[in-house]
Design a binder for this molecule. Sequence first.
Ligand SMILES: [Cu+2]
Length: 165
Amino acid sequence: MPRLSGKLDMIPGRRNLMRIQADEPGVFGGQCAEYCGGPHALMGFRVIAHRPAQFEQLMRFRMARQSPDPAPAAPSAGEALFESAGCSACHRVAGTAANGLAGPDLTHVGSRRSLGAGILPNNRGTIMGWIANSQAIKPNNRMPAYANLTAQQLTDLAAYLETLQ
Ligand SMILES: [Cu+2]
């Protein structure tokens, strides 16, 4: 990714602008390059560049999925648990009461390729494992381990998160 944009430091209290330009479609890897705390070595990210027509198509698909459900169903077990287990205190999900800002916005977590800044592929099992004990996967990250949740509860949460496309 540095090939597309150069590098830029984040400075507390200052707003920076980074221009990322890809001349060809492709997937470009990046890595946090400034020591920032315990899990610093585990901070990867990807830039995916599409051809303009394909990008337009993807965005239209996204917008269509976001249009409000005319008759919202009762919340699933996983959605209710997301609220009652306290996940929503740290995570935002647009269109729901969850509006925490301490962790990543999970509005589209179901369509992410990876979890935890690139360290895990995104699937039902890895979501469950992350929630149960993210501290073993990424030591010192700011999400507590949820060792008290049952396998059924982890499954319900993961099934809910998968629907957030
Ligand atoms: Cu870092």
